[in-house]
Design a protein around this ligand. Structure first.
Ligand code: BG6
Length: 525
């Protein structure tokens, strides 16, 4: 039997403000390349406007949108107005803040492979700088197809628009945000790093992984390192295995072209899931500072045991969704999606067992899984503890015994739950599993906060802790390259092998059953 105990929770204090939080952006100019594109409409402009509403954007601030579409300023502004229409809609003072925000927008039309575009951008920056009292820096956001990252960085550098700075503290600063995917494999990630490092210092490069901007992902750091009760048991002596799940009910939508090239391992594992693994497994950093945190994450990536070719089949399984039902409605299979080959062998699901070869984690498997078209959207990290060494209570017929589990829920609802055994009331000695559940929403109220708000503000204040360093990006590819190469050289035989709306292929159950475990049904699904 299982149940949930509602804990009457009181938030007893706010605690110290972490350095770098509750701050304002530096006076700066943000240049968005790909300003008329999807990311800019869906995420960047809404996030920047929300920051303006929150009072985190200073008066000395401007945005220059750059794209190849021939728009004038008025049309560009109208597009951005509708992109931000849902932000704080109806709240008092919102329209005045938008009017001030919109006045700071301008548009530059140009081809990104044409040096004239960068000369024009340089002139525009000088002109906009002159309208502001103070400008501490320029932030260039590459919201572009990945093939353009390298060429645009080279142009920015060659034109002098992006000067190399020697130190992070130098003013004015120049920073570049690079979106994912960062490379297609280890070789291309190294090549992109080489281009970026030839143009600027590491402190100028902000490789974004939006998972690191999620509240509960950051809470993992607080949970582990601001409490003393978890660390003593956070190791191989007490933990049997770890399950990290990122399930999505959506399919590939309109992104067939990209997804055919990427597949689930590049799309979700190389970045988001490995980030969750490193935050779970890393040693306590000495300070909440970019390099201290990133050093520890890189050590974990380097400690991941390479998957030997003879172990591929017991360490990793792949899947692709066929037609099925989601939320009671029929949906098509991956091979029927727009821009997807009817013979596609691209995996839309993977489950991979990683071993971390260090003192703390020796022998503890980390099972990571992610898939499209699963029954629900749910991301969580589950720490499954060992069974008690000796169980003195009889387990009656039809009863099961659950081991303790600590679940860190990342989405859709955010929170932390601990599952443990209790005695059921009554004269018999019978056990039941219950959940002690902390829910962010119940404790702190609804948050409409988007990961991009945190991450963009970090870029505008020079806070790099939540961004992937060059060695980290390469180490993540190094971990996955052998598996990608193996899968790409041996075609799957049974695709599609799971129905849309199911929890993935049956072989994934066998993968985890080898350690005597089974996949959890994520909370709330
Ligand atoms: C993106 C992937 O990085 O993350 C998408 O490209 C995926 O395929 C998305 O759907 C998931 O993000 P979230 O925040 O919805 O979990």
């Amino acid at each position: 039997m299982t149940g949930t105990i509602a804990i009457p929770l009181q938030v007893t204090g706010e605690g110290p403000v972490l350095p770098g939080r509750l701050r304002r952006a530096d006076p700066c100019i943000v240049v968005i390349f790909g300003a008329n594109g999807d990311l800019s409409h869906r995420k960047l402009i809404p996030a920047l406007f929300q920051l303006a509403i929150d009072g985190a954007i200073p008066d000395d601030f401007a945005i220059i949108g750059v794209d190849r579409d021939a728009l004038d300023d008025a049309t560009f502004k109208a597009g951005m107005r509708s992109a931000a229409a849902g932000v704080a809609a109806g709240s008092s003072g919102r329209d005045e803040i938008w009017a001030r925000f919109e006045a700071r927008l301008s548009y530059l039309h140009g081809n990104l492979d044409d040096t004239a575009t960068y000369a024009a951008l340089q002139q525009r920056l000088v002109a906009v700088d002159a309208t502001l009292k103070q400008v501490d820096g320029h932030l260039f956001h590459l919201a572009l197809p990945p093939s353009l990252y390298g060429p645009v960085i080279q142009h920015l550098s060659a034109s002098g628009v992006l000067p190399r700075t020697v130190e992070a503290s130098q003013r004015p600063w120049s920073r570049v945000i690079i979106e994912k995917p960062f490379g297609h494999d280890l070789g291309s990630a190294r090549a992109l790093n080489a281009v970026a490092r030839a143009a600027m210092g590491e402190h100028q490069i902000f490789r974004i992984d939006h998972y690191l901007g999620k509240e509960t992902v950051q809470n993992m750091l607080v949970l582990r390192f601001a409490n003393s009760i978890f660390e003593p048991i956070w190791n191989r002596h007490h933990i049997h295995h770890v399950q990290i799940t990122a399930a999505e009910d959506l399919g590939v939508e309109h992104r067939g072209v990209y997804y055919e090239e990427a597949g689930v391992v590049r799309d979700m594992f190389q970045n988001h899931l490995l980030q969750l693994l490193t935050l779970t497994a890393m040693e306590p950093p000495t300070a909440f500072r970019a390099d201290a945190v990133r050093d520890e994450k890189v050590k974990v990536l380097h400690a991941i045991r390479p998957i030997a070719s003879e172990d591929m089949h017991v360490s990793a399984v792949r899947g692709q969704y066929g037609a099925g039902m989601i939320g009671g409605a029929p949906v098509s299979g991956y091979r029927e999606e727009p821009h997807v080959s009817p013979e596609s062998n691209t995996p839309t699901y993977a489950a991979i067992r990683f071993m971390v070869d260090n003192w703390r984690w020796q022998g503890v498997p980390f099972f990571l899984r992610s898939g499209k078209r699963m029954p629900a959207r749910s991301t969580e990290i589950a720490i499954e503890f060992r069974r008690p060494p000796h169980l003195m209570f009889p387990i009656g017929q039809g009863q099961s015994f659950e081991t303790n589990v600590l679940v860190i829920r990342i989405q859709p609802s955010e929170g932390v739950a601990l599952c443990f055994e209790v005695k059921m009331p009554g004269v018999d000695m019978r056990m039941a599993s219950v959940n002690m559940d902390f829910d962010y929403h119940d404790a702190f109220g609804a948050s409409t906060h988007d990961a991009y708000e945190t991450l963009l503000l970090d870029c505008m204040t020079g806070e790099a802790t939540l961004f992937t360093r060059s060695d980290e990006a390469e180490a993540a590819w190094e971990t996955l390259d052998p598996l990608l190469a193996h899968w790409e050289s041996s075609m799957p035989q049974h695709f599609p092998n799971y129905a849309a709306g199911s929890w993935g292929p049956a072989v994934a159950d066998e993968l985890i059953a080898r350690v005597g475990a089974r996949w959890r049904r994520p909370a709330g699904t």
